[in-house]
Design a protein around this ligand. Structure first.
Ligand code: UFG
Length: 327
Protein backbone atom coordinates (compact mmCIF):
# COMPACT_ATOMS: atom_id res chain seq x y z
CA UNK A 1 0.00 0.00 0.00
CA UNK A 2 1.24 3.48 -0.90
CA UNK A 3 0.49 6.70 1.00
CA UNK A 4 0.05 9.71 -1.28
CA UNK A 5 0.26 12.93 0.69
CA UNK A 6 -1.34 15.73 -1.31
CA UNK A 7 -3.17 13.33 -3.65
CA UNK A 8 -6.05 15.79 -4.11
CA UNK A 9 -3.81 18.39 -5.73
CA UNK A 10 -3.02 18.91 -9.39
CA UNK A 11 0.02 16.68 -9.80
CA UNK A 12 -0.87 14.27 -6.98
CA UNK A 13 -4.31 13.52 -8.43
CA UNK A 14 -2.79 12.72 -11.84
CA UNK A 15 -0.30 10.35 -10.21
CA UNK A 16 -3.12 8.63 -8.32
CA UNK A 17 -5.08 8.05 -11.56
CA UNK A 18 -2.13 6.17 -13.06
CA UNK A 19 -0.85 4.39 -9.96
CA UNK A 20 -4.24 3.10 -8.80
CA UNK A 21 -4.12 0.56 -11.63
CA UNK A 22 -1.21 -1.25 -9.94
CA UNK A 23 -1.21 -0.31 -6.26
CA UNK A 24 -3.55 0.11 -3.30
CA UNK A 25 -3.52 3.77 -2.33
CA UNK A 26 -4.38 5.98 0.62
CA UNK A 27 -4.57 9.70 -0.03
CA UNK A 28 -3.92 12.12 2.84
CA UNK A 29 -4.83 15.71 1.98
CA UNK A 30 -6.08 18.65 4.05
CA UNK A 31 -7.85 20.10 0.99
CA UNK A 32 -6.27 23.51 1.61
CA UNK A 33 -5.50 23.72 -2.10
CA UNK A 34 -6.54 20.27 -3.30
CA UNK A 35 -10.06 19.31 -4.36
CA UNK A 36 -11.94 16.24 -3.17
CA UNK A 37 -13.52 15.73 -6.60
CA UNK A 38 -10.07 15.25 -8.16
CA UNK A 39 -9.47 12.13 -6.04
CA UNK A 40 -10.05 8.83 -7.81
CA UNK A 41 -12.96 6.82 -6.36
CA UNK A 42 -10.85 3.67 -6.04
CA UNK A 43 -8.62 5.05 -3.26
CA UNK A 44 -9.13 5.46 0.46
CA UNK A 45 -9.19 9.19 1.34
CA UNK A 46 -8.27 10.65 4.72
CA UNK A 47 -8.74 14.37 5.26
CA UNK A 48 -5.86 15.52 7.43
CA UNK A 49 -2.68 17.46 7.74
CA UNK A 50 0.77 16.13 6.96
CA UNK A 51 2.06 17.76 10.15
CA UNK A 52 -0.53 16.02 12.34
CA UNK A 53 1.48 13.37 14.15
CA UNK A 54 -1.58 11.63 15.61
CA UNK A 55 -3.27 11.16 12.22
CA UNK A 56 0.00 9.95 10.71
CA UNK A 57 0.62 7.51 13.55
CA UNK A 58 -2.86 6.08 13.09
CA UNK A 59 -2.37 5.67 9.34
CA UNK A 60 1.01 3.97 9.62
CA UNK A 61 -0.27 1.70 12.46
CA UNK A 62 -3.42 0.69 10.64
CA UNK A 63 -2.15 0.13 7.09
CA UNK A 64 0.82 -1.79 5.67
CA UNK A 65 2.33 1.28 3.99
CA UNK A 66 5.44 0.47 1.96
CA UNK A 67 6.23 3.91 0.57
CA UNK A 68 5.20 7.55 0.79
CA UNK A 69 4.91 9.99 -2.11
CA UNK A 70 4.79 13.58 -0.96
CA UNK A 71 3.02 16.21 -3.10
CA UNK A 72 1.56 18.35 -0.31
CA UNK A 73 3.40 21.65 -0.51
CA UNK A 74 2.75 25.31 -1.03
CA UNK A 75 4.29 26.15 -4.40
CA UNK A 76 3.82 29.79 -5.38
CA UNK A 77 7.10 31.63 -5.71
CA UNK A 78 5.60 35.13 -5.25
CA UNK A 79 3.59 34.11 -2.19
CA UNK A 80 6.68 32.54 -0.64
CA UNK A 81 8.54 35.85 -0.86
CA UNK A 82 5.72 37.67 0.98
CA UNK A 83 4.97 34.90 3.48
CA UNK A 84 8.08 32.78 4.04
CA UNK A 85 6.82 31.44 7.39
CA UNK A 86 4.02 29.58 5.61
CA UNK A 87 6.56 27.96 3.30
CA UNK A 88 9.10 26.97 5.93
CA UNK A 89 6.34 25.75 8.26
CA UNK A 90 4.42 23.64 5.77
CA UNK A 91 7.11 22.60 3.32
CA UNK A 92 9.91 22.03 5.83
CA UNK A 93 8.60 21.58 9.37
CA UNK A 94 5.54 19.51 8.44
CA UNK A 95 7.58 17.37 6.05
CA UNK A 96 10.04 16.73 8.86
CA UNK A 97 7.17 15.44 11.01
CA UNK A 98 6.05 13.14 8.20
CA UNK A 99 9.58 11.75 7.80
CA UNK A 100 9.96 11.25 11.55
CA UNK A 101 6.68 9.31 11.83
CA UNK A 102 7.59 7.23 8.75
CA UNK A 103 10.87 6.25 10.39
CA UNK A 104 9.12 5.46 13.71
CA UNK A 105 7.06 2.94 11.73
CA UNK A 106 10.06 1.71 9.74
CA UNK A 107 8.72 2.91 6.40
CA UNK A 108 11.84 3.71 4.40
CA UNK A 109 10.80 4.56 0.83
CA UNK A 110 10.05 8.19 -0.02
CA UNK A 111 9.39 10.06 -3.27
CA UNK A 112 9.72 13.81 -2.96
CA UNK A 113 8.28 16.49 -5.27
CA UNK A 114 10.98 19.09 -5.76
CA UNK A 115 11.31 21.89 -8.27
CA UNK A 116 13.35 23.76 -10.84
CA UNK A 117 13.18 26.64 -8.35
CA UNK A 118 16.03 24.92 -6.44
CA UNK A 119 18.42 26.09 -9.20
CA UNK A 120 17.74 29.83 -8.86
CA UNK A 121 19.23 31.68 -11.82
CA UNK A 122 21.34 29.01 -13.49
CA UNK A 123 24.45 29.92 -15.44
CA UNK A 124 23.75 27.29 -18.07
CA UNK A 125 20.99 27.11 -20.67
CA UNK A 126 20.39 23.37 -20.17
CA UNK A 127 20.13 22.44 -16.50
CA UNK A 128 21.42 19.07 -15.34
CA UNK A 129 21.19 17.66 -11.83
CA UNK A 130 24.85 18.67 -11.40
CA UNK A 131 24.05 22.35 -12.03
CA UNK A 132 24.64 24.39 -8.88
CA UNK A 133 21.54 24.82 -6.70
CA UNK A 134 21.16 28.38 -5.51
CA UNK A 135 17.46 29.15 -4.99
CA UNK A 136 16.41 32.79 -5.02
CA UNK A 137 13.14 32.53 -3.11
CA UNK A 138 11.79 30.84 0.06
CA UNK A 139 9.82 28.29 -1.99
CA UNK A 140 12.96 27.01 -3.74
CA UNK A 141 14.92 27.13 -0.47
CA UNK A 142 12.22 25.18 1.40
CA UNK A 143 12.41 22.38 -1.20
CA UNK A 144 16.22 22.34 -1.19
CA UNK A 145 16.24 22.11 2.62
CA UNK A 146 14.23 18.91 2.43
CA UNK A 147 16.59 17.58 -0.24
CA UNK A 148 19.49 18.10 2.22
CA UNK A 149 17.50 16.54 5.06
CA UNK A 150 16.86 13.47 2.89
CA UNK A 151 20.61 13.07 2.22
CA UNK A 152 21.29 13.18 5.96
CA UNK A 153 18.40 10.83 6.79
CA UNK A 154 19.65 8.31 4.26
CA UNK A 155 23.10 8.31 5.91
CA UNK A 156 21.83 8.25 9.47
CA UNK A 157 18.60 6.23 9.30
CA UNK A 158 18.71 4.34 6.02
CA UNK A 159 15.79 6.26 4.48
CA UNK A 160 15.69 5.60 0.72
CA UNK A 161 14.39 8.40 -1.48
CA UNK A 162 14.03 9.79 -4.96
CA UNK A 163 13.83 13.54 -5.48
CA UNK A 164 12.01 14.66 -8.64
CA UNK A 165 12.65 18.25 -9.69
CA UNK A 166 9.72 19.31 -11.85
CA UNK A 167 10.00 22.03 -14.43
CA UNK A 168 6.69 23.59 -15.60
CA UNK A 169 3.90 21.08 -15.07
CA UNK A 170 0.95 21.58 -17.41
CA UNK A 171 -1.84 19.74 -19.26
CA UNK A 172 -4.65 17.48 -18.08
CA UNK A 173 -5.48 13.78 -17.89
CA UNK A 174 -6.52 12.03 -21.13
CA UNK A 175 -9.79 10.89 -19.50
CA UNK A 176 -10.86 14.55 -19.30
CA UNK A 177 -11.88 13.85 -15.69
CA UNK A 178 -9.15 15.83 -13.92
CA UNK A 179 -6.92 18.79 -14.73
CA UNK A 180 -5.26 21.90 -13.37
CA UNK A 181 -7.36 23.82 -10.90
CA UNK A 182 -5.71 26.48 -8.76
CA UNK A 183 -7.37 29.29 -6.86
CA UNK A 184 -6.13 31.88 -7.57
CA UNK A 185 -4.61 30.75 -10.88
CA UNK A 186 -1.15 32.17 -11.53
CA UNK A 187 0.25 29.75 -14.15
CA UNK A 188 0.66 30.81 -17.74
CA UNK A 189 -1.11 28.08 -19.74
CA UNK A 190 -4.33 27.95 -17.67
CA UNK A 191 -4.44 31.75 -17.61
CA UNK A 192 -4.15 31.95 -21.41
CA UNK A 193 -6.82 29.27 -21.88
CA UNK A 194 -9.19 30.93 -19.40
CA UNK A 195 -8.78 34.13 -21.39
CA UNK A 196 -9.46 32.36 -24.68
CA UNK A 197 -12.62 30.93 -23.12
CA UNK A 198 -13.76 34.44 -22.24
CA UNK A 199 -13.15 34.16 -18.48
CA UNK A 200 -10.47 36.92 -18.48
CA UNK A 201 -10.35 40.11 -20.51
CA UNK A 202 -6.68 39.89 -21.50
CA UNK A 203 -3.38 38.18 -20.78
CA UNK A 204 -0.37 40.01 -19.40
CA UNK A 205 3.10 39.09 -20.64
CA UNK A 206 5.38 39.67 -17.65
CA UNK A 207 8.54 41.19 -19.11
CA UNK A 208 9.59 41.68 -22.73
CA UNK A 209 13.21 42.71 -22.16
CA UNK A 210 14.73 39.41 -21.04
CA UNK A 211 17.88 38.15 -22.70
CA UNK A 212 15.99 35.60 -24.85
CA UNK A 213 15.24 35.45 -28.59
CA UNK A 214 11.93 37.37 -28.27
CA UNK A 215 12.53 39.09 -24.91
CA UNK A 216 10.04 36.93 -22.94
CA UNK A 217 10.85 34.21 -20.40
CA UNK A 218 11.57 30.70 -21.57
CA UNK A 219 10.32 27.66 -19.67
CA UNK A 220 10.26 23.89 -20.13
CA UNK A 221 6.63 22.69 -20.07
CA UNK A 222 6.06 19.07 -19.14
CA UNK A 223 2.79 17.12 -19.32
CA UNK A 224 1.44 16.18 -15.90
CA UNK A 225 0.92 12.57 -17.08
CA UNK A 226 4.61 12.38 -17.99
CA UNK A 227 5.36 13.53 -14.45
CA UNK A 228 3.03 10.84 -13.08
CA UNK A 229 4.82 8.15 -15.10
CA UNK A 230 8.21 9.27 -13.78
CA UNK A 231 6.87 8.85 -10.25
CA UNK A 232 5.74 5.31 -10.95
CA UNK A 233 9.12 4.32 -12.40
CA UNK A 234 10.82 5.91 -9.37
CA UNK A 235 8.53 4.13 -6.92
CA UNK A 236 9.15 0.78 -8.58
CA UNK A 237 12.91 1.38 -8.54
CA UNK A 238 12.77 1.91 -4.75
CA UNK A 239 10.41 -0.99 -4.08
CA UNK A 240 12.49 -3.34 -6.23
CA UNK A 241 15.64 -2.06 -4.45
CA UNK A 242 17.26 -0.98 -7.73
CA UNK A 243 18.05 2.39 -6.19
CA UNK A 244 18.53 3.75 -2.68
CA UNK A 245 18.71 7.45 -3.53
CA UNK A 246 18.49 9.57 -6.66
CA UNK A 247 17.69 13.09 -7.83
CA UNK A 248 16.20 13.66 -11.28
CA UNK A 249 15.08 16.59 -13.39
CA UNK A 250 11.75 16.18 -15.15
CA UNK A 251 11.29 18.27 -18.27
CA UNK A 252 10.98 18.06 -22.04
CA UNK A 253 14.45 19.47 -22.70
CA UNK A 254 12.89 22.12 -24.92
CA UNK A 255 12.18 25.71 -23.97
CA UNK A 256 9.25 27.88 -25.10
CA UNK A 257 8.92 31.61 -24.56
CA UNK A 258 5.80 33.22 -23.13
CA UNK A 259 5.00 34.56 -26.62
CA UNK A 260 5.40 31.10 -28.15
CA UNK A 261 3.05 29.65 -25.56
CA UNK A 262 0.40 32.24 -26.39
CA UNK A 263 0.87 31.61 -30.15
CA UNK A 264 0.52 27.83 -29.68
CA UNK A 265 -2.61 28.29 -27.54
CA UNK A 266 -4.12 30.45 -30.30
CA UNK A 267 -3.20 27.83 -32.91
CA UNK A 268 -4.62 24.89 -30.93
CA UNK A 269 -7.85 26.65 -29.97
CA UNK A 270 -8.39 28.80 -33.07
CA UNK A 271 -9.13 31.80 -30.83
CA UNK A 272 -7.17 35.05 -30.93
CA UNK A 273 -5.74 36.46 -27.70
CA UNK A 274 -5.78 40.02 -26.41
CA UNK A 275 -2.21 40.43 -25.12
CA UNK A 276 -0.99 43.21 -22.82
CA UNK A 277 2.78 43.70 -22.53
CA UNK A 278 3.62 44.29 -18.86
CA UNK A 279 6.56 44.70 -16.51
CA UNK A 280 8.63 41.79 -15.27
CA UNK A 281 7.23 39.69 -12.42
CA UNK A 282 9.71 39.69 -9.49
CA UNK A 283 11.73 36.50 -9.05
CA UNK A 284 11.43 35.16 -12.63
CA UNK A 285 14.67 33.78 -14.13
CA UNK A 286 14.94 34.37 -17.92
CA UNK A 287 15.37 30.75 -18.97
CA UNK A 288 14.77 27.39 -17.25
CA UNK A 289 15.16 24.30 -19.42
CA UNK A 290 15.91 20.81 -18.11
CA UNK A 291 18.16 18.08 -19.28
CA UNK A 292 16.35 14.88 -18.27
CA UNK A 293 19.05 12.59 -19.66
CA UNK A 294 19.86 11.15 -16.25
CA UNK A 295 16.42 9.64 -15.59
CA UNK A 296 16.31 8.42 -19.21
CA UNK A 297 19.59 6.54 -18.78
CA UNK A 298 18.83 5.21 -15.30
CA UNK A 299 15.08 4.49 -15.43
CA UNK A 300 14.19 4.75 -19.12
CA UNK A 301 11.85 7.73 -18.65
CA UNK A 302 11.32 10.38 -21.26
CA UNK A 303 8.54 12.83 -21.95
CA UNK A 304 5.93 11.42 -24.35
CA UNK A 305 3.79 14.54 -24.80
CA UNK A 306 4.78 17.71 -26.66
CA UNK A 307 3.56 21.26 -26.20
CA UNK A 308 0.55 20.88 -28.49
CA UNK A 309 -0.55 17.72 -26.63
CA UNK A 310 -0.24 19.63 -23.37
CA UNK A 311 -2.34 22.54 -24.59
CA UNK A 312 -4.95 20.33 -26.31
CA UNK A 313 -5.50 18.29 -23.14
CA UNK A 314 -5.69 21.42 -20.99
CA UNK A 315 -8.15 23.01 -23.46
CA UNK A 316 -10.44 19.94 -23.27
CA UNK A 317 -10.37 20.13 -19.48
CA UNK A 318 -11.00 23.89 -19.32
CA UNK A 319 -13.94 23.53 -21.69
CA UNK A 320 -15.40 20.74 -19.59
CA UNK A 321 -15.27 22.78 -16.38
CA UNK A 322 -16.90 25.67 -18.20
CA UNK A 323 -19.92 23.55 -19.12
CA UNK A 324 -19.85 21.93 -15.69
CA UNK A 325 -19.63 18.35 -16.94
CA UNK A 326 -16.69 17.39 -14.74
CA UNK A 327 -17.00 19.56 -11.67
N1 UFG B 1 3.62 34.58 -17.11
C1 UFG B 1 3.12 35.66 -17.83
N2 UFG B 1 1.83 36.01 -17.60
C2 UFG B 1 1.01 35.36 -16.73
C3 UFG B 1 1.53 34.27 -16.00
C4 UFG B 1 2.85 33.91 -16.22
O1 UFG B 1 3.82 36.28 -18.62
O2 UFG B 1 -0.16 35.76 -16.56
C5 UFG B 1 5.00 34.17 -17.35
C6 UFG B 1 5.85 34.18 -16.09
O3 UFG B 1 6.37 35.45 -15.85
C7 UFG B 1 6.91 33.13 -16.45
C8 UFG B 1 6.16 32.14 -17.35
O4 UFG B 1 4.99 32.84 -17.80
O5 UFG B 1 7.91 33.73 -17.20
C9 UFG B 1 5.72 30.89 -16.64
O6 UFG B 1 5.07 31.28 -15.43
P1 UFG B 1 4.26 30.27 -14.51
O7 UFG B 1 3.73 31.07 -13.37
O8 UFG B 1 3.32 29.48 -15.33
O9 UFG B 1 5.38 29.27 -14.01
P2 UFG B 1 6.77 29.56 -13.25
O10 UFG B 1 7.85 29.27 -14.25
O11 UFG B 1 6.81 30.86 -12.58
O12 UFG B 1 6.69 28.50 -12.07
C10 UFG B 1 6.96 27.16 -12.23
C11 UFG B 1 6.28 26.36 -11.13
C12 UFG B 1 6.84 26.74 -9.79
C13 UFG B 1 8.34 26.58 -9.82
C14 UFG B 1 8.92 27.40 -10.94
C15 UFG B 1 10.40 27.21 -11.05
O13 UFG B 1 4.90 26.59 -11.15
O14 UFG B 1 6.29 25.91 -8.80
O15 UFG B 1 8.35 26.99 -12.18
O16 UFG B 1 10.95 28.40 -11.53
F1 UFG B 1 8.87 27.02 -8.68
Amino acid sequence: MILIVGGAGYIGSHLVKELVIQQEIIVLDNLSSGHENLIDERVRFVKGDLGDRETLNQLFSEFPIEAVMHFAANSLVGESVGNPYKYYYNNVSNTLTLLDVMLDHEVKNFIFSSTAATYGIPETSLITEATVTNPINPYGRSKLMIEHILEDFHQAYGLNYIVLRYFNAAGAHASGEIGEKHDPETHLIPIVLEHLLGKRESISVFGTDYDTHDGTCIRDYIHVTDLANAHILSLNALLEEKLQTATYNLGNGKGYSVKEIIDTCEKVTGVEANVVLSDRRPGDPATLVASSEKIYHELGWKAEYDLEDIIESAWTWHNSILVGSSN
